[in-house]
Design a protein around this ligand. Structure first.
Ligand code: AMP
Length: 516
């Protein structure tokens, strides 16, 4: 028997098993916050949303965009839109108006839901309807299905149908719309849940943007198992800690930057003699960039939270590899354990990975996307020869994948390959360093030479010589920067990734080739 997989499977189970359980703790003090609601209420709002969209004339296959920080209504939309055969287009609210307009137009979204604080981003869009999420204009859309009203028309699921189109931040040109199918989303969510041991006791704090690859699929898994969702609208370390405490959070996903902020807040608490919550109770799932091993060590020792690294891309829904300490690492010193955990990990169940002759990581799995929306050439290129081409450079050792670099970021100096990530990891261990980017710049002598751009922590100081000497105490001399420049900030994409090509550009100006 083959039964179509769809996101409906998750909510159906959550509400059937736990109708009276707390499903969602929305961010308080936001206009129109859904507050604390049960699975029954959550399910009723999902049905109501589908009904109202149907009344607006939104057909099966039509796109509905949402531009919003994390919100309870986002969670409702994952199911109220996709669960009824409409396609959700989550848009990064940190983009400019022009970038948003491109995505809305390119995806052909007809209805746009926009958070009240970002309403300006949707002004002047050529769409059927813009609904501001302010608790007034959207009150009908997010209410429970009124008593006595008939439910929305069911959608007969097709697992190969597009569930969402997630635009990737694209460090080079226009973003591309990653089409994730119900099958992609389903297999990713269940595999992720298996590797991170999600149960009905979990309380997930949404510290990962919900627009980013649908929160890596964790929201579906937690819903299916009947866990509780705690919505975190803004990344603020102290606010995260206090909600971990107040809501009994056990699970969180996020990029390294989120945990840097949380560690700073924990530091502050420790200085004031305050408790840091969640010891031996919280698991954090980290990806998006390679976390420095020092950060991993601090998460495990100072917070006492379990660190799990995953690696993947929006195109892979995202799960490709997992690194979670096996029992064999239990007796290792914290720093040794952290070093082992700093690798991307081993392929998740159902994922095949190989490295091609150029060192590029290739992947095959049921989580790999269907294609880029309306971009067949780019799709073909990314999926050529039956493998998804990640654009990341990596290698396997002892069964573990290490992401060495974005392929374009490899620095070749004096004929030797240097991983900028490795150098960044080393420099990041210096106590005065808040942020670091390592780039290759042209050099007469070496072809390219390593340069570090460093942002110092407030109130800290360090000289160029000190940073270089410190780096040399960590890794091979040839990998260490020949020069260090101190900056106030580093250029990042809207999702927080370093824009290496931008940082590098001034040094390569006027040269025909961008590598030496
Ligand atoms: P995105 O599609 O925006 O989620 O970005 C995916 C990219 O983030 C990958 O191609 C990697 O370059 C990077 N990335 C994600 N997870 C990791 C990780 N654990 N280690 C290193 N890089 C990562």
């Amino acid at each position: 028997m083959k039964v179509a997989l769809s996101v409906n499977d998750f909510l159906r189970r959550g509400v059937t098993v736990f109708p009276d359980r707390l499903a969602l703790v929305d961010e308080p003090n936001v206009p129109g916050s859904l507050g604390r609601i049960t699975y029954r209420s959550f399910d009723s709002r999902v049905k109501n949303m589908a009904k109202r969209l149907e009344e607006m004339g939104v057909q099966i296959g039509d796109r509905v965009a949402i531009i919003s920080p994390n919100a309870g209504k986002f969670l409702v939309s994952y199911f109220g839109v996709s669960g009824y055969g409409r396609i959700l287009v989550p848009v990064n609210y940190r983009l400019t108006k022009e970038e948003v307009a491109y995505i809305i137009e390119h995806s052909g979204s007809q209805v746009v839901l926009v958070d009240h604080e970002f309403a300006h981003l949707a002004e002047g869009l050529d769409v059927k309807k813009v609904i501001v999420l302010d608790g007034v204009s959207d009150a009908e859309l997010f209410q429970e299905l009124p008593d006595g009203e008939s439910p929305p028309s069911e959608w007969d699921p097709d697992e190969d149908f597009t569930c969402s189109i997630n635009y990737t931040s694209g460090t080079t040109s226009r973003p591309k719309g990653v089409q994730l199918t119900h099958r992609n989303v389903w297999t990713n969510a269940t595999t992720l849940a298996l590797h991170t041991s999600v149960t009905d006791r979990d309380v997930l704090i949404h510290t990962l943007p919900m627009f980013h690859c649908n929160g890596w699929g964790m929201p579906y898994a937690v819903t299916g198992l009947g866990g509780t969702h705690v919505i975190q609208r803004k990344i603020d370390g102290e606010s995260i800690l206090s909600r971990v405490d107040a809501e009994g959070v056990t699970l969180a996903c996020g990029a390294p930057a989120v945990w840097a902020a949380t560690l700073n807040a924990a530091d502050e608490r420790a200085r004031n003699g305050q408790k840091v919550p969640g010891r031996d109770e919280v698991r954090v799932v980290v990806a998006g960039a390679p976390p420095p091993s020092k950060m991993i060590e601090r998460i495990e020792t100072e917070l006492g939270w379990e660190f799990i690294q995953i690696y993947g891309l929006t195109e892979t829904s995202p799960l490709l590899t997992v690194n979670r300490a096996p029992k064999e690492w239990g007796d290792l010193k914290a720093s040794e354990r952290a070093k082992l955990l700093s690798r991307a990990g081993t392929p998740a169940i159902g994922v095949e990975i190989k490295i091609d002759a150029d060192g590029e990581v290739l992947a095959r799995s049921n989580h790999v996307f269907a294609g880029y929306w309306n971009q067949p050439k780019e799709t073909e290129e990314a999926l050529r020869d039956g493998w998804f081409h990640t654009g990341d450079g990596g290698y396997f050792r002892d069964g573990y994948l290490t992401i060495e670099d974005r392929k374009k970021d490899v620095i070749i100096t004096g004929g030797e390959n240097v991983s900028s990530i490795e150098v960044e990891d080393a420099i990041f261990q210096h106590k005065a360093v808040a942020e670091v980017a390592v780039i290759g710049v042209p050099s007469e002598k070496w072809g390219e030479e390593v340069k570090a751009l460093v942002v110092l922590k407030e109130g800290e100081s360090a000289t160029e010589e000190e940073i270089i000497a410190f780096c040399k105490s960590q890794i091979a001399g040839y990998k260490c920067p020949k020069s260090v420049e101190f900056r106030k900030e580093l250029s990042r994409t809207a999702t927080g990734k370093l824009q290496k090509y931008k940082l590098r550009a001034p040094y390569w100006e006027g040269l025909e080739k961008k590598v030496n």
